[in-house]
Design a protein around this ligand. Structure first.
Ligand code: G6P
Length: 553
């Protein structure tokens, strides 16, 4: 039986479909002339301003999106997440990454237990440990200070920490605190990545951090064994206790590997891997590099955005607005891709991190109840810092396929440079592009304009830009630990909003499993062929041919 709620939602979806067909007759060139509309399509929160006037939306269609949010019960779903309800139904888990950055005074309960004290217990333990390593009170097996860290982990145990690490490298406070220290990441199960991560490092001054929620991920565990062998070869097996520590929810696995659980930092099954950067997964490596104070500011920033998300009315709520725009572009306008384009080199790892957050969360085709979704959900996400992207793939964005863009920029550079004789500062030069690109996409250039410019007739079609290409522009006052935390939480919540609207489970990732199972079969074959010369068997003809070629090399 179809419930009243479902009928309500269906009516809202129909209204939006009609609005989307009407959008075909509108051009951003005209929409952007409407001052009231432009003023209405701006939202802000401390340090952040979002201008979404270049989306192919009227004020009416935006109202319909807010109406859809009401009808699907978005605010109840957000509240359920913050309340610790088990909204990850396929795994029977709460989704409480917001608890990781909640202040000590907060109380968030799941399974009848307030999780906040446990969160702060781990944070205190991390502070104690990282302070000792940084001050030289914790030394390596030969008595030397551990100045270098190799953080082993993949997916959610890597991408978020690397994003924050890069975002703060040139922040004056973080960079001063990192003086004399190095942090490397080792993710790929490729001996080349191992060699790159430890290039120039001395085992005597290196701390190896094994980060894995499950402590079973094949790539991470082989890399951990490889780094352990490097430590043991140089310093003997007793050195492992001084040179290797772990972050995991599986403390038994940590112990079985040979790391003292005393030197392990835990987290919980209610933290999804891709949402785990504010757990020990990110806090340990980042506090080793930048000190605990900087990381506390990062957590405070994430919490600030959590509070905004939890309390601001939908019409002023940045993650809600961004999520609704995502749904509009993906489901109603049918755009299968979106680009994340930070005009800020410090954000070079934002797009790779958000790729996992978004595509692993919303790359789904069934609803929570297992029924077919029957509409387009999570888009393909990609991105590069501007202006590098301009000299790479922007041609397609301007004249090829239609890709909604999220432009992100920072008002004050972390490292301002002004050269005498140059017309603008280096940061202003970067920002000139940030302001120009969204307008080029929105307005385009008509054939008439080309002709007025005297462009030869045969070149007119090539030099015409249809325009009407949507984007949002975000300005952040400055990039520091606090605002990086806000930015992270903002994008995490955008994905969550989209998943709530689509009615899917944004917190499981069953799609990653099949490849892992098949890799096991190949591993078994490679072992048998290498040790006993066993024939390749049990694979399809194509894989058999490829494996034979590989084994003969
Ligand atoms: O932290 P781990 O247990 O090692 O998991 C690392 C990664 O493994 C899988 O690929 C999951 O799809 C990711 O979500 C996860 O982040």
């Amino acid at each position: 039986m179809v419930s009243v709620v479902e009928t309500d939602v269906a009516a809202a979806l129909d209204a939006l479909k009609n609005a989307a067909s009407a959008a075909d007759d509108m051009h951003l060139r005209d929409l952007l002339m409407d001052e009231d509309r432009c003023a209405a399509m701006v939202a802000s929160h401390t340090g952040f301003l979002l201008d979404y006037s270049r989306q192919r939306l009227t004020k009416d269609s935006m109202s319909l999106l807010f109406d859809l949010a009401r009808r699907v019960g978005l605010s109840d779903k957000i509240a359920a997440m913050f309340n610790g309800d088990k909204i990850n139904t396929t795994e029977g888990r709460s989704v409480l990454h917001v608890a990781l950055r909640a202040p000590k005074t907060a109380s968030i309960t799941t399974d009848g237990t307030d999780v906040v004290p446990a969160v702060h217990e781990v944070l205190d333990k991390i502070k104690g440990f990282t302070d000792k390593v940084r001050s030289g009170a914790w030394v390596g097996a030969t008595g030397k200070t551990l100045t270098d860290v190799v953080a082993i982990g993949i997916g959610g145990s890597y991408l978020g920490p690397e994003f924050v690490f890069e975002a703060l490298r040139m922040d004056p406070k973080a960079s001063a605190a990192a003086s004399g220290r190095r942090l490397r990441f080792l993710a790929n199960v490729d001996p080349v990545d191992v060699a790159r991560a430890r290039e120039g490092l001395n085992p005597e001054t290196t701390l190896v951090l094994v980060i894995s929620k499950t402590f079973t991920t094949a790539e991470t565990m082989l890399n951990a064994r490889t780094m352990r062998a490097w430590i043991v070869k140089a310093l003997g097996s007793d050195a492992v206790a001084k040179h290797m520590v772990a972050v995991s929810t599986n403390l038994k696995g940590v112990e079985a590997f040979g790391i003292n659980p005393e030197n392990a930092f835990g987290f919980w099954d209610w933290v999804g891997g891709r949402y785990s950067v504010s757990s020990a997964v990110g806090v340990v490596p980042l506090a080793l590099q930048y000190g605990f104070d900087v990381v506390s500011n990062f957590l405070a920033g994430a919490h600030d955005m959590d509070e905004h998300f939890k309390t601001a009315p939908a019409e002023q709520n940045l993650p809600v607005i961004m999520g609704l725009i995502g749904v509009w572009n993906s489901t109603f306008l049918g755009y299968s891709t979106r680009a994340l384009l930070p005009y800020q080199q410090a954000l070079l790892k934002l797009a790779p991190h958000i790729q996992q957050v978004d595509m692993e969360s919303n790359g789904k085709r069934v609803r929570l109840d297992g029924s077919e979704l029957n509409m387009e959900a999570g888009p393909i996400n990609f991105g590069e810092p501007g202006t590098n992207g301009q000299h790479s793939f922007y041609q397609l964005i301007h004249q090829g396929r239609l890709v909604p863009c999220d432009f992100v920029a920072v008002i004050k550079s972390q490292v301002p440079v002004s050269l005498p004789g140059e017309p603008v500062s280096n940061h202003d030069e970067l920002m000139s592009n940030f302001f120009a690109q969204p307008d080029a996409l929105a307005f385009g250039k008509s054939a008439e304009q080309c002709r007025v410019e005297g462009i030869r007739e045969e070149l007119v079609p090539h030099k015409t830009f249809r325009g009407n290409r949507p984007s949002s522009s975000m300005l952040i006052d400055e990039l520091n630990a606090f605002t990086v935390g806000q930015l992270l939480a903002l994008f995490e919540h955008r994905t969550v909003v989209e998943g709530f609207i689509w009615g899917i489970n944004s917190f499981d990732q069953w799609g990653v499993e099949l490849g892992k199972v098949l890799a096991k079969d190949v591993r078994t074959q490679l072992t048998a062929s290498r040790s006993d010369g066993a024939d390749v068997s049990g694979f399809n003809p194509s894989t058999t041919m490829l494996l034979k070629k590989y084994l003969s090399g």
